[in-house]
Design a protein around this ligand. Structure first.
Ligand code: SF4
Length: 333
């Protein structure tokens, strides 16, 4: 039986951003999102910039305020309702749930040695009780991240982007977390280095039995990494499926447009791209009905007034579109 590490139901993160004569204006960064993340899985979260994926990841880490719905964490040792944790539970949750940042250049203090950067969470969270214990833990986790003893004495400026990201990963792993949110963690790296870092994350995941939420704007990056993928648009989930199913048959017009953006080596495919027109609307002024209708080439009247709900087919593939069946039937075999 599969075990669920994180379960979110109707989760919302809304920020008040000032008022008008009609009342407070709200930025709906995440709106009514329900997901389940299986223990030991690599869960991909995909969407354009502004889709709310980073805010959702942070809400699940208790680093963004949950304003509606709930999120539940259970790892066999503890169970927390994340919208309502005590200070003591939150201190414990910080050890269990960690973030790997996007930018390996900005994430590391230039004035600290690599040893001190990796050791800091152990000292701040009171995980180790003396320097010898801290050093042993740092050496152990550095080795897992393919850093050697010589690296620990140096400062971040002496390293390449890929090496810096391995230092960030070591820092995130040193508290022995169960859940990691990797937010665009390879986006700033060269393609050849991306593969190296992704392989390292996969290897660490299986060795340490971790659960990952892997956030990316790029579907091609999640293809070989993730077990399950959720696609977000303007704070909502529009499609979610096991990775193979999503890649074999995307159903939502937005997901299809994201697929079209993946460069193809086949010259016959190049003219077929379904280009995504326009910009994602502002989360403070969202369209009525289907949030995607202002950019969707298949929008009809009902799309402008009635918001579709996520509809499953019993195989773990869910989509939120009034017309997905009709559009799939129209695709030539
Ligand atoms: Fe397009 Fe309508 Fe489907 Fe929204 S509900 S994705 S506008 S066809």
């Amino acid at each position: 039986m599969t075990e669920i590490l994180i379960k979110a139901e109707g989760l919302s993160v809304h920020f008040p951003i000032g008022g008008t004569i009609f009342g407070k204006q709200m930025l709906k960064a995440v709106d009514n999102v329900s997901i389940e993340i299986e223990k030991g899985s690599f869960f991909g979260l995909v969407g354009e910039s502004g889709s709310g994926k980073t805010t959702l990841g942070r809400a699940l880490l208790k680093a963004a305020p949950i304003s509606g719905g709930n999120a539940h964490y259970t790892d066999g040792e503890v169970e927390y309702d994340l919208e309502n944790v005590s200070k003591e539970q939150l201190r414990d949750y910080r050890k269990r749930a960690q973030l790997i940042f996007q930018d390996p250049y900005a994430a590391l203090s230039p004035r600290m040695t690599v040893r001190d950067i990796i050791a800091e969470p152990l000292e701040v969270m009171g995980i180790t009780s003396n320097r010898a214990e801290t050093d042993e833990r740092v050496r152990e986790i550095a080795a897992k991240c393919r850093l050697n003893l010589e690296h620990l004495r140096r400062f971040p400026h002496a390293f390449s982007g890929g090496q810096r990201q391995r230092i960030s990963i070591a820092r995130a792993l040193v508290s022995a977390p169960k859940f990691i949110v990797a937010d665009e963690s390879v986006a700033a790296l060269d393609v050849s280095i991306q593969a190296d870092v992704l392989n390292l994350l996969k290897q660490i995941q299986s060795e340490m039995g971790l659960t990952f939420m892997f956030i990316s704007h790029d579907l091609s990056v999640v293809a070989h990494t993730c077990d399950h993928v959720a696609v977000m648009y303007l704070g909502r989930l529009v499609e979610t499926a096991p990775t193979r199913k999503l890649f074999d048959g995307p159903r939502h017009p937005y997901t299809k447009a994201l697929f079209s953006a993946i460069p193809s080596l086949d010259p016959d495919d190049r003219g077929k791209a379904q280009k995504l027109e326009g910009e994602i609307p502002s989360p403070t002024n969202q369209p009525t009905g289907c949030k995607f209708h202002t950019r969707c080439p298949h929008a009809i009247d009902i799309c402008k007034t009635q918001e579709p709900t996520l509809e499953g087919d019993g195989t773990g593939h869910e989509v939120s579109c009034h017309r997905w069946k009709e559009l799939m039937a129209a695709v030539p075999a």
